[in-house]
Design a protein around this ligand. Structure first.
Ligand SMILES: Nc1ncnc2c1ncn2[C@@H]1O[C@H](COP(=O)(O)OP(=O)(O)O)[C@@H](O)[C@H]1O
Ligand SMILES: [Mg+2]
Length: 212
């Protein structure tokens, strides 16, 4: 039994609380904290198991390690996404809400978005709605030299993967998966524009993400 407490607490979403793993600070444990969370979590875990079997590359997703028993019920262990300086990576949402941050990381953001899309298509990773609060922007180099070292930044999805209707066909057949990923991706870009109207760089950012 693993004891979680405030000392290890990172953050929460609508369904789950996320803690640093008390026995491994490179991993995190997520526990459900409200009704309705269980169905979401079970669907997601089933899809993670499917991806593990397919031996995908974990460049664009936090790797899943399995369940553990905690004082807050069953928890699920994932890679804890940290920047090179050891800080826990910040959600993409934060970088898009601020025009100043978008400007600072502009080139790194464009290439990281492109790489994320490539990775989803390559490994046929199906997601529910993609949201910028469920993606972390990881700086694998220190923030000071992040701009020069483009390839060292990554966008990593931490939540909401898998398919609502777990239709195996959509998960296996290449062209169906591709079509679904494309649709979900374009909706994600539209949402980014709508959610960040105050940021004058957003439209250009999305254009540049979509260009070759
Ligand atoms: N693998 C991770 N590495 C670092 N932080 C994470 C990780 N997973 C989740 N978090 C943090 O915990 C928050 C809640 O996790 P999330 O999985 O999005 O829960 P929910 O399903 O309730 O939305 C995230 O917004 C993020 O700040
Ligand atoms: Mg979330």
């Amino acid at each position: 039994m693993i004891y979680l407490n405030d000392k290890y607490y990172i953050s929460r979403g609508l369904h789950r609380k996320c803690y640093i793993h008390p026995e491994d600070n490179q991993k995190c444990i997520k526990v459900n904290y409200n009704d309705g969370a269980e169905e979401e979590t079970n669907r997601e875990i089933a899809y993670y198991k499917h991806l593990i079997k397919r031996k995908i590359n974990w460049d664009s997703l936090a790797k899943y390690y399995g369940p553990v028993e905690t004082n807050e019920g069953i928890g699920h262990v994932f890679d804890l996404i940290r920047d090179a300086d050891g800080q826990i990576s910040t959600p993409l949402e934060h970088y898009l809400a601020s025009e100043q941050l978008t400007e600072k990381y502009y080139d790194a953001l464009v290439s990281s978005f492109k790489n994320l899309k490539k990775a989803l298509l390559k490994d046929r990773i199906i997601t529910m709605t993609i949201k910028s609060k469920n993606i972390l922007f990881q700086h694998q180099v220190t923030p000071e030299n992040a701009i020069e070292s483009n390839g060292k930044n990554r966008l990593i999805i931490i939540d909401n993967i898998g398919n609502a209707t777990f239709i195996p066909v959509a998960n296996y057949l290449g062209f169906m998966a591709t079509a679904k990923i494309e649709r979900t991706w374009q909706r994600f870009l539209v949402a980014i524009i709508n959610e960040n109207k105050q940021n004058r760089l957003i439209k250009k950012l999305v254009q540049d993400i979509n260009s070759n």
